[in-house]
Design a protein around this ligand. Structure first.
Ligand code: UD1
Length: 340
């Protein structure tokens, strides 16, 4: 719950990253005070000025690691933090399989240190960046929050473990108010083209890969399988525009301020889009070619994944507004300006 003050102060960990930076823009646009921390492991310092340009507002930035107790303690001593949005963490599935210890150590350590520091300073409100990857395989779509959990890689397992830690911690303290947002497939970029997703090296995910092909950095998209049980045979996912996702964090914060306990909430659109539908939209809205070839299935991929979104609507009042065309337009606009 929130002790009523005019402007709540929100600590955003990993705030310079893809989803974090868009969420910080939303917070500043809605007159929250923001303290951002990031260690630039997977983000660039230029993002800070881009956020200031977009919002015409300023915020506190501290460079550091959430697993560093002294650093975190200082942040909470120097600022009265009303709530935390916790994005900081490693997020590459393939890398997590190759370096599981690095993933478990980093993602769990940062969260445990954050939670201990919050306890020490009497901060009880937290929105956690979880993922639809926590759900066990299901033939049936959509995925409901009540579906069984089960993961297939260390990255996903860190998300599931952190959800479990948050559950236990919140059960032990009646003042805690925690929300785990289970993101589906965040894509797109800020319409200004100033912030977006710029993965290091060759992208693994579909949208950044399409952008690299469309901007001539990579010759062809490889479509992983056209023999799935879907209308055109290619894999279907629930893509959500990152600006819609950022708005869901604000709604989640306001919800966290009003009640106590823990909730797990899907954030998606509720619609599945196939790889070829995405390519077609991208070509049409951006007037650009996206050469592709059909190759074999990617190991571990599922035919279809999308969310049931009724709980997000009921609890947060959240409904995604942006379309696949918006996602393609904004991702390309950012890519043309920024991707190397
Ligand atoms: C991946 C992650 C998931 C993460 C999500 C974030 C895996 C196994 N899962 O999910 O943990 O939360 O990203 O967005 O990596 N595709 C191609 N060609 C490509 C790339 C992708 O055809 O070059 C297809 C895939 O087969 C899939 C769809 O595009 O059908 C989406 O793939 P991707 O963007 O990697 O997302 P997910 O696999 O859903």
């Amino acid at each position: 719950m929130l002790n009523l003050r005019q402007k709540p102060c929100i600590l955003v960990t990993g705030g310079a990253g893809f989803i974090g930076s868009h969420t910080v823009c939303e917070l500043l646009d809605h007159d929250y005070d923001v303290v951002m921390i990031d260690d630039f492991y997977n983000a660039k310092p230029e993002v800070l000025d881009a956020i200031r340009t977009i919002t015409k507002k300023d915020f506190v930035f501290e460079e550091g690691d959430c697993a560093d107790r002294d650093f975190m303690d200082r942040i909470f001593r120097e600022h009265t933090i009303d709530a935390v949005i916790h994005f900081a963490g490693y997020k590459a599935v393939g890398e997590s399989v190759a370096k599981p210890l690095m993933y478990y150590r980093n993602n769990l350590d940062t969260t445990l240190t954050l939670l201990e520091t919050m306890k020490k300073h009497g901060c009880h409100n937290l929105v956690f960046s979880s993922s639809a990857t926590v759900y066990a395989y299901s033939e049936k779509m959509p995925l409901y929050e009540s579906n069984p959990l089960g993961t297939t890689n260390p990255y996903g397992e860190t998300k599931r473990m952190i959800e479990r830690i948050l559950t236990d911690v919140s059960h032990a303290d009646p003042e805690d108010s925690f929300i785990c947002l289970r993101y589906f497939n965040p894509v797109g970029a800020h319409p200004s083209g100033l912030i977006g997703e710029d993965p290091n090296g060759i992208p693994n995910n579909l949208m950044p890969f399409i952008v690299k092909v469309a901007t001539g950095k990579i010759a062809k998209l490889r479509v992983f399988g056209n023999d799935y049980d879907t209308p055109d045979g290619t894999g279907m996912r629930d893509y959500i525009h990152v600006v819609d996702l950022a708005k869901a964090h604000l709604l989640a914060l306001n919800y966290a301020f009003k009640r106590t306990g823990i909730d797990y909430i899907n954030v998606g659109t509720g619609n599945g889009t196939s790889v070829l539908e995405m390519v077609e939209s991208f070509r049409r809205v951006n007037h650009v070619d996206v050469p592709y070839e059909i190759v074999g299935r990617r190991p571990g991929d599922l035919a279809k994944v999308w969310a049931d979104t009724s709980y997000a609507k009921k609890t947060l009042g959240f409904t995604a507004e942006k379309t696949i065309d918006d996602m393609c337009r904004d991702a390309y606009n950012y890519g043309v300006k920024h991707m190397k």
